[in-house]
Design a protein around this ligand. Sequence first.
Ligand code: GLU
Length: 304
Amino acid sequence: MQKPSASQIDTESGLGYIGRFAPSPTGPLHFGSLLAALASFLDARANQGKWLMRVEDLDPPREPAGSAELILQQLLDLGMDWDDEVLYQSSRLEAYEEVLHKLQDESLCYPCDCTRPQIREMGLVYNGSCRERGAPPEMPYALRLKTDALEIGFDDEIQGHFAQQLEVEVGDFVIRRKDELFAYQLAVVVDDELQNITHVVRGWDLLDSTPRQIYLQRVLNYRPMSYAHIPIIVDERGQKLSKQAFAPSIETDRASDAIYKALTFLGQAPPAELEKESAEAQLQWAIASWDIRAVAKVGSLPLN
Ligand code: GLU
């Protein structure tokens, strides 16, 4: 089955297809992150695109030493090799700082020292109460981006149309945290632009971050891109498999078992005779037959 032809966006940007996998190195690759890696890899390769690697190492306290190297080695052992140099977000702090200054100069963001309990009292959507304060609060404070009430919608390649009114549903959001670390939302947008990403394929848990990212792209005058959110994998209690929840690491000495199972979860219906083939042969089959429309249009799938 053929994937639908490349979207408007590629044609407009003239970049062709550039995809990426952007793991946070909080532990080894597990089945949930393998699915995101594999889906983004297959979508890129099936579209004769590039597949770039970005290590989102912006939160050192949550990153056990060696996790990034381990994830990269696991991907190579599984037969998924990326193009170009790996981009480490820890090497990009100056670039984020620069963008932050630009936003500050344009009065598009502001300091906020509201606490979690205060925000909980607001009903979890930040009500913008620090917007109009005069002098900045005492350190530590976060920086929040001003949002507006315009609806931001996009057509997700898997999940369909999704829209949010940021000011109402999300509130002004943090772009630099109280602990002075850059927030994911800022870094991801700056680096998707730097790496000329045209297609983002990732887990459904980030679907509702996407309007924030599109908003930030617009504020910064960056290119738009296309998005596809695959279901996340949940355990028997309905919790996302995650490194924090100690999901088991992918065993790459059984690479073909992992790939075959992941293809099944991605709705690709690999033929039974492929199960005993090498991971390499499975990936070749999967690139040739990749159909993003076969991925389940749901937020999560149970592991068992
Ligand atoms: N670093 C994020 C994660 O590991 C993914 C970010 C993205 O794909 O935009 O969950």
